[in-house]
Design a protein around this ligand. Structure first.
Ligand code: SAM
Length: 316
């Protein structure tokens, strides 16, 4: 693939309408081979999002600029964003400062990973099937909360629950705090700067512990496209085999769940590694639309039976 070239004054002079500019951006995105997957599925979604930011038009109003000439300011703003996306590989979510998940808007910047979790599909129906009725779910935890997006979705879905959300990263929690405030959930979500679930041992036991932890093995991280390396490394990588945080989650959840409680973890490509690490632990893989099925549901009783209790000594 030949290296993409920056738009010259002659090229940009020919771009008049919003449609011209979008067509130009889409071609450039494709020739540059930018990677999607940070909340977008293709070049068109990314260019339209950047156009919305440059023109101030809401998503549903964007067609109104397809055939009209952009103002000088709008065109310059759009092309600047396109250049940063292509040549600096800045993810679109950071360029526009927001991301959408489950119909909700979240602020994002370089302090947090851009929301794109499978939990958006699973929180409304698949997960509640394994819990008491909604009104009886009172204690929920979101480990590794990042922008706070999943804690906020959980608080909205379980109206009687208090949500404890944790993250090891203080900068990430600053963003989570902004999002919790914007969604007016300060009374229902408590943020904790802590390793996995460590700070939650003083509080209540949980009906549900959910986590989208970092799970990439070091080696996989090294091969990721450049835009993914703009996200905090600690939000993606978890040791040599990707399982470091998951190991802690299982051990801590064993102690923190109510007897009927469940732990639900998104694990990316680690299904096989999970079965190898805990061969006797029953794991249910929740089906997702694209067939990835990479969210694992574990029951408190199984964790207690199959994982050693923290005080247990080896028999040898
Ligand atoms: C994959 S991101 C998920 C963020 C958010 N839940 C989402 O779905 O967008 C993982 C998050 O885990 C945090 N993290 C990494 N190691 C951690 C640990 N040991 N304890 C708590 N949080 C951790 C990172 O800072 C990052 O915000």
């Amino acid at each position: 693939m030949s290296a993409p070239t920056r738009p010259t004054p002659a090229i940009t002079a020919r771009l008049k309408t919003g449609g011209d500019c979008l067509g130009f951006a889409n071609k450039l995105f494709k020739s540059a081979g930018i990677a999607h997957g940070q909340g977008f599925v293709n070049a068109e979604e990314e260019s339209l999002t950047l156009m919305g930011h440059a023109t101030g038009l809401a998503w549903e109003k964007l067609p109104s600029c397809f055939k009209r000439a952009l103002t000088v300011k709008e065109k310059a703003a759009f092309l600047r964003l396109v250049e940063r996306r292509v040549f600096d590989r800045v993810p679109t979510g950071y360029l526009v400062g927001e991301a959408w998940l489950g119909g909700l808007r979240f602020r994002v910047d370089e302090r947090v990973i851009i929301p794109r979790s499978y939990f958006v599909e699973l929180i409304p129906e698949a997960i509640p099937q394994w819990l008491p009725p909604l009104a009886q779910v009172t204690d929920v935890a979101d480990a590794c909360t990042g922008s706070g997006c999943l804690a906020i979705l959980l608080a909205k879905h379980f109206p009687k629950a208090h949500v404890h959300a944790t993250d090891l990263s203080a900068p990430a929690l600053e963003v989570a705090k902004l999002n919790v405030a914007e969604h007016k959930l300060g009374q229902r979500i408590t943020l904790h700067e802590t390793d996995t679930l460590a700070a939650l041992f003083k509080g209540p036991k949980f009906d549900l512990i959910l986590s989208n932890p970092p799970y990439e093995p070091e080696g996989i991280y090294r091969g990721l496209p450049a835009e993914f390396k703009k996200e905090p490394k600690g939000s993606l990588v978890s040791g040599k085999d990707g399982l470091d945080v998951i190991r802690k989650l299982l051990t801590q959840a064993r102690e923190l769940l109510k007897p009927h409680g469940i732990l639900v973890i998104e694990v990316g490509g680690l299904q096989k590694a999970m079965h190898q690490a805990w061969p006797k632990l029953p794991m249910m893989w929740l089906p997702t639309e694209d067939g990835a099925d990479c969210v694992c549901l574990l029951h408190a009783a199984d964790l207690r039976r199959e994982l050693p209790s923290p005080g247990a000594r080896s028999s040898r």
